[in-house]
Structure formats: C-alpha cells, structure tokens
Write a protein that binds this ligand. Structure first.
Ligand code: ZN
Length: 506
C-alpha cells in the first residue's frame, strides 16, 4: 500500500504535466507556430485547461489532500499539502459560468481596447475612452464577482492581488509603496537637476551600422552562459514580446527581441529574461510537477529579472566586462562604442508618459499611479467613469506631466482590458525585493561590483539559488524575504541603490 502523500504527489504531478504541456504550446505559439495554426492551437489549449481544472477540482484529489493533511509531516511536505490545498480550493471557488464569462469578456474587451486606443478621440488626440469604458466597467464588475467568490478580509482588491502575489494585501503593500513614493518624488528632482547641470560632452555612438541578428544571437547566448544559465537545459529564441516559459528546471525557454539598428535592445531583454530563467532552472527538479517546483509569486520572479537587468546589466562594471566581448563578437559596427556611451544610453532618467519606456527610477511612479487607481476602484472610492480624471491628476502629481490623450494616458496598457487587476504592483515590488536581496547578497559575499567587473557571476547566482530559487513555494514571499535578508520588505534598500547610482560620485 502506498502512503497518502505518495498518492497525492503522483496526482499533483499529473496536473503539473498538463500545465507543462500547455506551457510548451504557448511558447510555440509565440515563436514558431505558423500563422494558420491558431485555430487548432486554441482548441488544444482549451482542452488542456478543462482537463487540468477537472483534475484539480475532483473529489478524488480533494480526498487525497484531506488524507495527507491528517498525517504528521516534515515541514517541506506540509508546505506541499498546504499549497495544493490552496490551488484546489481556489479552483473550486470560481463557478464554471463565471470563469467562462471572464475569459470571453476579457477577449472582447481587449479587442475593444485596441480599437479604442488607436481611434481619434475627437479632440485631436488618440484613444477614444467612450468606446472602451463600457467594456472596462463590465470587466471590473466581473472581477468584483470573482473577488467575492475567492473571499477577502478588507477589500475585494486583496483577493485580486492574492492571485499574483499570494498573501499580499492592500493594507500591507500600501505603506511600502507610500514610503517609496515619498523618497522617489524628491529624488527624481535631484537626479534631473544634477543631469541638467552636467555639461554632457559629445559621446561616440554605440553603433555605426546594422548588427546582423545571427551575431547578436551568439552574443546574447554568451551573456546568458556567463550568468550561469544552462543552455543544455534551456533555449534562447526570438519573439515580439520577450518572455520566459519553464517546462521544468531542465527545459526553460527564453525569448528576446532583436533590432539590427539597436543591439542593446536585445541585451536588456535577454538579461531580464535570463534572470527569470535562472529562477526557473534553480527550482528543485526532484519536485517537478508540484508547487514546490513552482515560483512563489510574480514579485519574487520579477526581482530575479530586475536584479540581472538593472543592478548588474545597467552598471559600469558590467560594461567594463561585457563591452570588450561585444566588440569581439559584434564586429566593426560596435568597435567605436565606449562604456560611457553605453551607460548614458541605458541610464537616462526622464519624465515620460509611457510606463514600458520609462527608466528604472520613474518606472515605479507609473506603477504607483496604477496601484492607487486599482485600489480606489475596488474599495468603491472611484468609479470607472472617473479613471481618466484620476489618472491625469495622479500623473501631474507624481511626474509633473499631464497626458495629452488617453492613448498616452490611462489607455496605454493592455492589462485592465483583460482583467489583470493587482498585477501592476508586482513589477515595483519586484524592484524592491531585488534591491533588498542585492544588499543582503553584498553583506554575505562582499562588494558585488568587483565580481561583476571580472565576470564572476557564479557566486551571485548561487546565492540567489540558495536563498530564493530552490525553495519553490515552500515559504510565502514575505517569509522568504525575511529568511534571505533578515527583515521585512522595505523600500529603503531600493531608494539607497538609486541614490548611490544617480547621485553618487560618477
Ligand atoms: Zn519580467
């Protein structure tokens, strides 16, 4: 006779196998699927989703969880049962008709958003809110229903946050983000004043002619290998929107985006996705298919990508290490590039309207605005009709800019049209976690810059693997942070990092 825990693991791995198959189909859809393959692919994905949901919500699975819950277990096994119970209960809480309505409305609302965003607003700008607002209202109503089904203590927004950042609540996140805002707004003024006072000499261009994609690909693979990404357990391909898809620690697919007239574009996508990829490769393979081999939260995932992209990749020592390699592998087109020119190209700070184009400092003010609006929307303090005014007011307060139209204002991002409320904060929480991890890493390993300058990345990867990756979902994100760094998440580490970088000695 097998033990209930063995049976539960086996059942969990069957569900994990279906998710892994679906992940691979999704990766293929974004990389190699021929244009006409979409119809059959949607059918396959739908069938896999139904099967996964059936298994997760079955009486049999519930019985296995109950039987295992009654055992006296090791902490790691106890965490496994706890997380499977959470997944199964959450899946059971959403009625099939609501799930179906959400999926259908999201698809239609997204199309309405794309059309309205591109349309003339009648005032000489882009983005016709009138066409989009009814859809946004529908989406918000459905997300409220979903939150009611999932349950929450203070505000429906908590239930939505919890889907991306398990355990996070508005009450816990708000003071962290407010502290960040109070530091960032004056910091931005100082950074811009300092930049203006510096007479920028003419720097050589970072590129003189197009750099062929094949050469860029080889260079980007080299950068990944340097970070410790295992290309025998992963791949790098190209896609319109870079992403990472792990089928398990031994098969992690990354994508990047190549522009022949801007070789640095792919580099930063690659470093970003490479950070995600190292997390996926660092999960414990012996637990494949179970929550112990899954990332704990989106913010922790994002902390890994931001660490490599920004803390490492946008630093001077990184380019002292990487530029000679670039010159060697990319040829004459980049032979004139200097470290100063690259850094000024990738570290420019400016007030701007568009989140995805923002620098690593102002980016977080864009996210703060979205958090404030989402929170007010679900607490009932703000109606959908008031979003545009709230947005423009918030942009003026945080960034000193008023959007000229909705396309450069509240309609710029796709997220809300597909019901992704509670997702934005994870981007900034990821930055905060990344800075706090880096500070703890530096305390444990000594100055990081000295390692980066010599391309000695393995100790940093190993630190992250030990403190973050190998635990999977064993500890909630807040506990993981405390165990790794010795304290709760705190914006001061990120603020200190930005001050050092942008106001410190050049
Ligand atoms: Zn990311």
């Amino acid at each position: 006779m097998t033990s209930p825990l063995t049976d539960l693991r086996k059942a969990a791995r069957e569900i994990g196998a279906l998710k892994s198959a679906s992940g691979l189909l999704g990766w293929d859809q974004e990389t190699y699927m021929p244009e006409k393959g979409g119809g059959a692919r949607a059918e396959s994905q739908g069938a896999l989703a139904t099967l996964t949901h059936e298994k997760l919500t079955s009486e049999k699975f519930r019985g296995l969880i109950e039987a295992a819950s009654g055992l006296s277990l090791e902490p790691r096994d106890r965490a496994l049962v706890r997380e499977l119970k959470r997944d199964a209960e959450n899946a059971r809480k959403i009625p099939a008709d609501l799930a179906e309505n959400l999926a259908r409305t999201a698809s239609l609302a997204q199309q309405a958003w794309a059309k309205a965003r591109a349309a003339d607003d009648g005032k000489g700008g882009k983005g016709a809110p009138g066409e989009f607002l009814p859809w946004l209202r529908k989406m918000v109503d459905l997300k409220r229903q979903e939150a009611d089904c999932l349950g929450f203590r203070d505000t429906p927004y908590d239930a939505l946050l919890d889907q991306f950042e398990p355990g996070a609540t508005a009450a816990a996140v708000k003071p962290v983000l407010e502290k960040l805002r109070d530091g960032l707004v004056p910091l931005l003024d100082s950074v811009l004043a300092r930049a203006a006072s510096r007479a920028e000499g003419a720097l050589p261009p970072v590129q003189s002619a197009d750099v062929p994609q094949a050469a860029q690909h080889a260079f980007n693979e080299r950068l990944l290998r340097d970070m410790g990404f295992d290309l025998e357990s992963g791949r790098l391909d190209a896609s319109t929107h870079p992403f990472t898809q792990g089928m398990g620690p031994l098969d992690v697919r990354l994508t990047t985006r190549y522009r022949e007239d801007d070789w640095l574009n792919a580099v930063f996508s690659t470093l970003h996705e490479g950070g995600h990829g190292l997390y996926e490769q660092g999960l414990p393979d012996e637990e494949w298919g179970t929550p112990l081999c899954e990332a704990v939260s989106l913010a922790i995932h994002e902390s890994q990508s931001r660490f490599w992209e920004n803390r490492v990749g946008r630093s001077r020592p990184y380019w002292e290490h990487a530029l000679p390699i670039a010159r060697e592998m990319l040829g004459d087109s980049v032979s004139g590039a200097t470290v100063d020119a690259v850094l000024s190209h990738v570290n420019r700070v400016e007030r701007s309207f568009i989140r995805v184009e923002a620098d690593e400092l102002t980016y977080n003010l864009h996210v703060l605005l979205r958090f404030q609006i989402e929170e007010a929307l679900f607490s009932g303090a703000l109606e959908v009709e008031g979003i545009e005014a709230a947005w423009n007011d918030g942009m003026t307060k945080l960034l000193g800019l008023t959007p000229p139209d909705a396309a450069r204002g509240f309609m710029q991002d796709v997220h809300w049209s597909c019901g992704l409320f509670g997702y934005f904060p994870t981007y900034t929480l990821g930055n905060l976690y990344a800075a706090q991890f880096a500070a703890a890493m530096e305390r444990d390993l000594g100055p990081l810059d000295a390692k980066i300058r010599t391309g000695d990345f393995v100790p940093m990867r190993e630190w992250l693997r030990d403190k973050v990756h190998r635990h999977g979902r064993e500890f909630p994100a807040a506990d993981l942070c405390r165990r790794a760094t010795g304290s709760d998440l705190d914006a001061s580490h990120f603020l200190r990092y930005l001050e050092g970088k942008y106001l410190g000695p050049a």
